[in-house]
Design a protein around this ligand. Structure first.
Ligand SMILES: C[S@@+](CC[C@H](N)C(=O)[O-])C[C@H]1O[C@@H](n2cnc3c(N)ncnc32)[C@H](O)[C@@H]1O
Length: 288
């Protein structure tokens, strides 16, 4: 791959998904895109670039998907789910006692382990949520991971990562080699395709946003822009949960850290002006 070809791919990925690759990630591009090029009957990456330049939008989507990192597992990092159980939900049960409804958004839900961990946590609260309406919306850029998330089907290896055995027994059914999340838990999670670079204000407002392990791939301006727009669709007393390697500190005043609660943030006093989405407004939907 020539330097201009690499630069073309780098820019295309930044524009379409926010992925900010440094100048020395040729190996990453090659390892992820060569199989895709071969599958498309192309000899290599130069031919792939050529075909994309010719205007193949299907190929662009495939390239963007192939470059996403979808790593996730149940109750990943544990602490955010402790916050959810011990701080977020108790606070919201009080604050929303009149309207009895809570909206939760998993903004990069990948293959579903994160939204289903939240759904199981809610189920574990039992009668405390009787009469409440709690929505969980799982979105992702990648249609492939959303399909898997919707199916709720996981391998033995996947259910062994982070999921306590008693929750596996209680909320999953084994069929042959795989496990499927029970339908009542699946029904608690709605799925939609959504690119965080696009306008997400039509989703309405949320009490809780899990936006974990996706912003690490973006540059600072993109993160700041997304934080600004997340703050605008969050209830003033809502909660933002970030990944272990992510923070708002030094990037935005739109959120402030919750003392002694690692990874947990609340909207700041000055949420500022609504920043414009980075990419043209487009809200592709894959309902279900
Ligand atoms: C590493 S996974 C994180 C999954 C989960 N939040 C967790 O922490 O375990 C990152 C996910 O972000 C998605 N993603 C990448 N760029 C995105 C974008 N611009 N908009 C929405 N999702 C994106 C990827 O498809 C991938 O599924």
């Amino acid at each position: 791959m020539t330097p201009p070809e690499y630069e073309y791919l780098r820019k295309l990925l930044k524009d379409h998904s926010g992925l900010d690759l440094s100048t020395d990630k040729q190996y990453l591009i090659e390892s992820r895109l060569l199989p895709l090029a071969r599958k498309a009957g192309l000899a290599g990456l130069p031919e792939l670039v050529q075909k994309m330049k010719g205007g193949s939008s299907a190929l662009v989507s495939q390239v963007v998907e192939a470059m996403t990192t979808n790593e996730t597992f149940f109750f990943r990092d544990k602490v955010p789910f402790d916050h959810f159980r011990e701080k977020i939900m108790p606070d919201l049960l009080q604050a929303r006692a009149n309207r009895k409804s809570i909206r939760i958004w998993c903004a990069a839900g990948s293959t579903g382990q994160e939204p289903y961990s939240l759904a199981m946590s809610l189920k574990e609260m039992g009668a405390a949520l009787n009469g409440w309406r709690v929505e969980i919306l799982a979105t992702d850029l990648s249609l492939e991971v959303l399909e898997k998330s919707k199916s709720g089907i996981y391998s033995q290896f996947e259910v062994q990562r982070g999921l306590p055995i008693q929750l596996l027994v209680k909320y999953f059914k084994q069929t042959g080699e795989v496990w499927q999340v029970n339908s009542d838990i699946r029904a608690m999670v709605q799925h939609r395709q959504l690119n965080l670079l696009h306008d997400f204000s039509p989703l309405g407002s949320f009490d809780v946003i899990f936006c974990r392990n996706v912003l690490i791939y973006f540059d600072q301006d993109t993160k700041t822009n997304i934080f600004g727009r997340l703050a605008r669709i969050m209830e003033p007393d809502g909660f933002l949960v970030l990944g272990a390697a992510e923070t708002v500190v030094g990037l935005t005043e739109a959120f402030k850290p919750v003392a002694d609660k690692r990874g947990l943030y609340r909207p700041g006093d000055a949420r500022g002006q609504q920043p414009r989405p980075i990419a043209a407004p487009r809200l592709a939907m894959a309902g279900g």
